[in-house]
Design a protein around this ligand. Sequence first.
Ligand code: PHB
Length: 404
Amino acid sequence: MPSRVSPSGFKPLNETTLFKPLKLGHLDLEHRVLQAPLTRMRAPEESSGVYVCSDINVEYYGQRASKGGFQLTEACPISRLACGYKGVPGIFTPGQIAGWKRVTDAVHAKGGFIYCQLWHVGRATVPDFLDGHPAVSSSDIPITGNALTGAPYANTPPKPMTVEDIQEATKEFAAAAKRALEAGFDGVEIHGANGYLLDQFLHDNVNTRTDAYGGSVEKRCRFPIEVIKAVTEAIGADKVGIRLSPYNYFQDTRDSNPNQHWAYLCEQLASLPKENRLSYVHMVEPRFDEVLDESAKLGSLEKETSSNKNSLTPFRQILAKGDIKFLAAGNYNRDNAAPKVESGDADAIIFGRWFIANPDLPRRLAEGLPLNPYDRTTFYGADPPSKGYVDYPFFEPGSKEVTA
Ligand code: PHB
């Protein structure tokens, strides 16, 4: 019988559902402690705006791989004009494919699996990052505040996409998915969350269109669903998931009725034909916010939608009707992760910050070992880049303990 607590005083989770196998699309996972997509901004620049994985990135992903584990890459731009940040490796040039191939080889060598997250930032960028081209979005509404260049986004409002632009971007998502398989990825996750391009079509405070792609929830969902169809047709639905964040505020999204609107989207996803039906949906909990703390975010949501209960569970239940697996993200830790899967409200848990600081996170949770604390100041790049990236230690007896 395993002891109820480890020598460090934490309960080992190896007997919980977190450590039961899970079939995710075509993969047989051995545990449900999954690595989040995490922007880390540490890939060197090969040519203007083109960043490619190097040794350090191979080491970082390889460190976090585990047998039968599942990792998501940082969000990867699907084209040169989908980019918004420095140091982020895309998936649109032969050099980038070759760089990522080294990453996927390192993960596979440890018996792990890895999906590439496909990203288009839409209006969350400025012409300075796009060789002078305008950012694009569903409408011409800019993000409030300043871009990373320091200039207000409002100085260069986004160009509303034409129907041709939308069709072109849809094809780019599908082409990027094929390149991801060339790079050895086991599949892809479409980034439909956090205020980036597809989310700028879903959220009704940004999408003010009156054509076939806006004006009603059905029309706001159209572009993301077309992308899902194109990507699943390109590489097979058993290799595709999507990330969604109904309650997102980041990048100035604030939907008028997330409960109703994302329930509609989930109904659509659950009833797509088998060949287009995603193997999973990955959703961000309402409590999570890139800027606000948990109580401020929840307090704010309650005010805005006081008559609605904000919870991912109704979405999970709708998606289950289509046999779509559900991955939950947002402020999970060793206490709340196992109960979430035990209750049936999620099939697996996505960990971000704890995975940054603990390359061997699955083992530490399984055995009830202490966790390394994370250093926020090195999340988005550091000097040298290895700091806070590949220098977090693996567990050794006597590691410093934190409560997590
Ligand atoms: C970020 O780099 O700030 C970022 C990127 C992708 C996300 C969320 C945040 O989904």
